[in-house]
Structure formats: C-alpha cells, structure tokens
Design a protein around this ligand. Structure first.
Ligand SMILES: Nc1ncnc2c1ncn2[C@@H]1O[C@H](COP(=O)(O)OP(=O)(O)O)[C@@H](O)[C@H]1O
Ligand SMILES: [Mg+2]
Length: 241
C-alpha cells in the first residue's frame, strides 16, 4: 500500500489547522512527524483515518492512487489503515476482549479459532508487559496512561494493518515501557511489512527504532524534512528555525 497526502488543508470547528501538508508513505517505511504542541499533528492523523470533525477544504488523501476522502473510518480500516489515538477513550461496560474480537472481525475475513485468538492476545499482552487480567476488563476503564497506550498496540497487533498512524505511542510511558512499546512496534512492522507514520514530541523512542524519514511540522505545515540527523538537531536547537 502507498499512502499519499497531497497539499492537504483541514479545518476543525471553522479554523484551519492543517495548511497544505504533503507526504508519501510506502508500505514498509517508517516516517516520523515531530513538532511542538498545537502544530496540527493529531488533526492530520485523525483526518487520515476519517474523523468526522476534520473538514478537508483542499488537497487529497490517496491509498494506492485512489482518494479515500469519501470513505468512512471503518472503510479506511478495511483498506488496512490504523490509527493509534493520542488519548484513547475509556468505555465502561465494553469488554476489551469483545471489542478486540469485533474490531478484528470487522476488518478481516480471515477465519480463526477462539483458541488461536486468545493465544495471540495473551502472547502479545505478555510481550507488551501487560497484566493478563486486563483482558477481562472494560476498554481502557481505569487503565493507567501506559496501559492505554499499550492496549492500542495490542489492538494493532490483532488488526494487522498495512499502514499505521501512531499518535504519540510514547506519551505517558516510563523508560522501560518506551523500550517495550518500541520493540513491539518494530516486531509488528517487520511481521506485517507495515508502513508507519509515527508522531512524537520526544526523540527517546527513536533511539530504539530506525526512522528513515523525519518531517518537522509547525503551525499546520511541514517546515523541514530529512533523515535521522534532523533528530539530534531538534534535540539541540528545538523547533525554532
Ligand atoms: N475539536 C477541536 N476544536 C477546536 N480546535 C481544535 C480541535 N481539535 C484541535 N483543535 C486545535 O487545532 C490545533 C492543532 O491541534 P492538534 O492537531 O491537537 O495539534 P498537535 O497534535 O500537534 O498538538 C490546536 O490549536 C487545537 O486547539
Ligand atoms: Mg497531538
């Protein structure tokens, strides 16, 4: 899959937040967007997934050359696009297990036994250092910040997307958890030949990954692009050019 974003303009609540962003991500590639708070990173991520509050006022988003703008979020998920939320929502009463089962059934026609499914969940939960009892609880309800972010990765492991947008997978994680999450993302990327667009404020998680393309976003625009070398420059000088 190839995901292309061409001169995208997005309004939220009548305010232009994304002001002409272009990006092209091939399956298997790891792209990173860094940028200060409020630069429109989350809005861009949600727009790719088809969030109803994002109003595209210009440009296009293409999957293998075909526009996805007319598609709902669930249809985009079926194409193999996945979004890890920056702030996952808590839904009391919706069991995590049932949620994962329904989500997987909605994007994949692959047959699997309950035993296989449970095995996959338990295996991934263990490699994410998530307590097994969490599987029996309501989705994100009362989960710690770190657990919520890890459950997003668990979801990604089960849905096997071809293109994953990860909105601050490192936020709220302690040092060990950052390492654990990075190694799970690396593992899934390799297994499924995923393309990844990873959004982060901090370079720490990138120490455990091999990002190929770095994009710096500020005030709704990509202001700089380059390779890994940009990361240390940002660490040193900040986002002001
Ligand atoms: N639902 C919304 N209503 C009003 N303004 C919003 C909404 N979502 C985002 N914004 C505004 O859009 C700008 C970019 O936000 P966001 O995309 O979350 O940036 P980032 O993820 O880079 O921190 C901010 O000024 C934010 O206040
Ligand atoms: Mg954000």
């Amino acid at each position: 899959m190839k995901l292309e974003i061409n001169d995208l303009h997005v309004e939220v609540e009548g305010k232009e937040v994304v002001k002409g962003v272009s990006l092209a991500i091939n399956q298997g590639e790891l792209h990173v967007i860094m940028g200060p708070n409020g630069s429109g990173k989350t809005t861009l991520a949600k727009t790719i997934m088809g969030h109803p509050l994002s109003k595209v006022t210009g440009g296009d988003i293409l999957s293998d050359g075909a526009s996805v703008l007319g598609m709902k979020a669930n249809e985009r998920a079926k194409l193999g696009i996945f979004l890890e939320f920056q702030n996952p929502v808590e839904i009391e009463g919706l069991g995590l297990l049932g949620f994962l089962n329904t989500a997987r059934g909605a994007v994949s026609t692959e047959k699997f036994s309950f035993k296989e499914f449970m095995g996959e969940i338990k295996g991934r939960a263990s490699s994410l250092s998530l307590k097994e009892e969490i599987i029996g609880r309501s989705l994100n309800h009362g989960f710690s910040g770190g657990e919520k972010k890890k459950v997003e990765i668990l979801q990604m492991a089960l849905l096997k997307p071809r293109m994953a947008i990860l909105d601050e997978p490192d936020s709220g994680l302690d040092v060990d958890a950052v390492k654990t999450v990075a190694s799970n993302i690396n593992d899934l990327r390799k297994k499924n030949n995923m393309g990844i667009l990873l959004i982060t404020h901090y370079s720490r998680i990138l120490n455990y990954m091999e990002p190929q393309f770095i994009h710096i976003m500020k005030d709704g625009r990509i202001i700089r692009e380059g390779g890994k070398e940009l990361i240390s420059e940002i660490e040193e000088k900040g986002y002001n050019d």
